[in-house]
Design a protein around this ligand. Structure first.
Ligand SMILES: Cc1cc2nc3c(=O)[nH]c(=O)nc-3n(C[C@H](O)[C@H](O)[C@H](O)COP(=O)(O)OP(=O)(O)OC[C@H]3O[C@@H](n4cnc5c(N)ncnc54)[C@H](O)[C@@H]3O)c2cc1C
Length: 637
């Protein structure tokens, strides 16, 4: 198969404008003849559903939560980037584009990233018009702060609840369309499979999570906005329900999976505190604007932080990366934390922690200013750890946070399966091998409000018109498969809980496909994962029945998919014999321990094709062409 990414020709600043003109339009009166299924109601799905309905398409929207506004996007804390240059500190669309390409270690498509930077400014206007309460300066201008990997202040925020406020905006727009009858909303409904007819995505199969009813839905196009798969690691900062099922099922139906091994580890999370834990808590990157990160210089120093004098502290990010300091990008900051902990200089129980210290900022600005900026994050930290971060430094450690991999899409955000569009964290993303902070919200809203509404019409106008109903044999088959699989889960009646398998898988993924990877470790993982999977299908115990709310059954389906998908991640990680961004292969590093890319061999997107059970997937390459930026060794020194 040869991939066509449909990148328009011409100068980068003109590509999107000209492409929009070249895209075919659907006559407004004809739009109501087309139906679209949108799976997901996070920032990407809610904004897409609202925009498509506003345009006149008939939309059916699905989410597994009890309300669309509980999608995981609600958890986002720190902010959303936009190249508004309100601070007059040298920002521009080009600089946001460049920072994002460099931040992603030159493994993203130039044209997509430029478009993202270009529409970032529209997103802020749209959200302000919706009433999103962004923080403001004294004079009324929207306020900004800095996030990692940038030397300008371009992050718009609403205290530490930016995702929640943005989602309320998108949810209001969606609710309006639900009220008008333009969107049919299906909460508590989980997509179990994609239906493909004559090579085109034409529908989905779902399970009602309250009644257990398994149903088919047909449409002229399907949009997946189903978020990321960080929970393959069991412990992560993601909401407990985040999963890979929708995208993995689409992969098994022929959609290509791009760069599955590209995972982001966030440097500032509350450290793991015991075996009982099922979730890790993020301390937003925004805290690194004022917090200073350090560990004792001496190994095994167990003195409390206030007893360690200044000259016995190692502010290692400021030392190693003087120009970016505590705002070095996430992959680099995470690896540095691991490095000092591996040297025996970590703090707290087990030595797996570093300090994030606000004492200097409090001395300089006063406690009230710090409370204004980060109050809810400090409260959250105190509630979880029972330590007061205004008085003692926070203890933090890296944790799995975001997945840059996802279904491969072209410039129109359509997968290789015509009709299947993928947006937000679910696609293989504009972030390359490492996402910069505050760029996921930007991408989700760019895709949903400003890109898909233009590009989906082109699919309909060109080729997507063929109508299919749920009577088609492909729907019947997908329904039967979903029912058989559900019955199978309930009939195994083994001895182990679903969670115990998930935890075991997660530990293997963290140990061998986590912050650092190497050939030997990945080979161990590739041997162990099929063994765990085999035991799962023999020995899992799924409680209850299908015709009721059954969390154990929901989890079983998601973990079964993780148990297959994890293998694909390891295959991809083993195959990519270089280090780039969050993909750090210990065999490939520079003398000072930085990621060492191999542009000659690996300057491409790996898009994996499913070949059937037990068969190795095929790697299809999309070569990345850089016409505007020069590939360099990333430096934040
Ligand atoms: C703690 C935390 C803080 C963050 N802070 C920031 C930040 O400050 N700035 C930033 O830019 N990014 C941040 N991120 C990342 C960002 O929040 C996410 O990448 C982004 O919100 C994802 O949006 P989405 O719309 O793609 O998916 P999500 O918001 O994850 O939504 C997924 C949707 O898909 C639905 N779904 C999934 N699978 C199925 C299925 N099988 N059937 C039916 N429905 C399904 C869900 O119900 C949900 O509605 C943060 C992430 C975390 C974990």
């Amino acid at each position: 198969m040869k991939l066509n990414s449909k990148i328009p020709s011409g100068p980068i600043e003109k590509k999107w404008e000209e492409h929009k003109f070249e895209l075919k339009l659907v006559n407004p009166a004809n739009k109501r003849k087309y139906s679209v299924i949108v799976v997901g109601t996070g920032l990407a799905g809610a904004s897409a559903s609202a925009s498509l309905a506003e345009l006149g398409y008939k939309v059916k929207t699905f989410c597994f939560q009890d309300s669309p506004r509980r999608a995981h996007s609600i958890a986002a804390q720190g902010g959303i980037n936009a190249a508004k240059n309100y601070k007059n500190d040298g920002d521009s669309v080009y600089r946001l584009f460049y920072d994002t390409i460099k931040g992603g270690d030159f493994r993203a498509r130039e044209a997509n990233v430029y478009r993202l930077a270009e529409v970032s400014v529209n997103i802020i206007d749209q959200c302000v018009a919706q009433g999103v309460p962004f923080a403001r300066e004294y004079g009324g201008y929207l306020s900004n702060r800095s996030f990692g990997g940038a030397l300008v202040s371009r992050t718009f925020y609403a205290r530490g609840q930016t995702g929640q406020q943005l989602l309320l905006g998108a949810y209001s727009a969606l609710s309006r369309q639900i009220g008008l009858g333009a969107v049919e909303m299906y909460p508590r409904t989980e997509m179990l499979d994609l239906v493909v007819v004559d090579g085109h995505a034409k529908g989905i199969v779902t399970r009602n999570l309250v009644t257990g009813k398994i149903e088919a839905h047909a449409a002229d196009a399907v949009v997946l906005a189903t978020g990321g798969y960080g929970n393959v690691f069991f412990l992560s900062t993601n909401a407990m329900g985040c999963n890979v099922t929708a995208t993995y099922r689409a992969y098994k139906k022929g959609a290509l999976f791009g760069n599955p091994c590209f995972t982001q580890i966030h440097p500032t999370c509350i450290p793991v505190s015991g075996d009982y834990q099922s979730k890790l808590t993020l301390m937003s990157e925004s805290l690194r604007n004022d917090g200073r990160i350090w560990v004792p210089k001496k190994k095994g120093d167990t003195r409390p932080p206030h007893e360690i004098p200044e000259d016995e502290r190692d502010y290692y990010l400021e030392r190693k990366y003087p120009s970016y300091g505590n705002l070095a990008p996430r992959d680099i900051s995470s690896r540095s934390a691991k490095e000092v902990c591996d040297e025996g200089r970590g703090v707290g129980p087990g030595g797996l922690g570093v300090y994030l210290d606000f004492s200097d900022a409090i001395k300089r600005l006063g406690e009230d200013v710090i409370r204004d900026r980060y109050g809810n994050l400090f409260d959250m930290y105190q509630r979880i750890t029972n330590e007061n971060p205004y008085k003692v430094p926070m203890r933090i450690y890296p944790a799995v946070h975001y997945t840059m991999g996802g279904l491969w899409v072209d410039y129109n955000l359509m997968s290789n399966l015509p009709g299947l569009h993928v947006i937000g964290e679910a696609n293989f993303s504009d972030h390359g091998a490492n996402r910069l902070g505050a760029s996921a919200l930007m991408q989700g809203l760019a895709d949903g409000y400003f890109i898909l509404p233009y590009t989906i019409g082109d699919y309909f106008a060109n080729s997507g018109g063929k109508k299919v109903s749920t009577d088609h044999p492909e729907f019947k088959k997908a329904l039967e498969d979903a029912e058989t699989r559900t019955k199978k889960f309930l009939s195994i009646n083994g001895k182990r809980t679903v969670d115990s398998f998930h935890k075991e898988l997660g530990k293997i993924m963290w140990d061998y496909c986590g912050m650092a990877r190497n050939k030997a470790g990945l080979q161990i993982a590739l041997k162990r994962i099929p063994e765990i999977r085999a035991e799962f299908w023999e020995n899992v115990k799924v409680l209850g029945s299908n015709e009721e709310v059954n969390v154990s059954l929901e989890k079983a389906g998601r973990v079964a998919d993780f148990l297959e998908f994890a293998e694909l991640m390891c295959i991809d990680a083993l195959n990519r014999e270089e280090s780039c961004g969050g993909h750090f292969r210990t065999e490939y590093q520079t003398e000072d321990g930085e990621a060492k890319r191999n542009d000659e061999k690996f300057c491409y997107v790996s898009a994996w094709q499913y070949n059937g059970e037990g068969k190795k997937p095929t790697e299809i390459k999309e070569e990345l062409v850089f016409e505007n930026v020069k590939l360099t060794q990333r430096s934040y020194k």
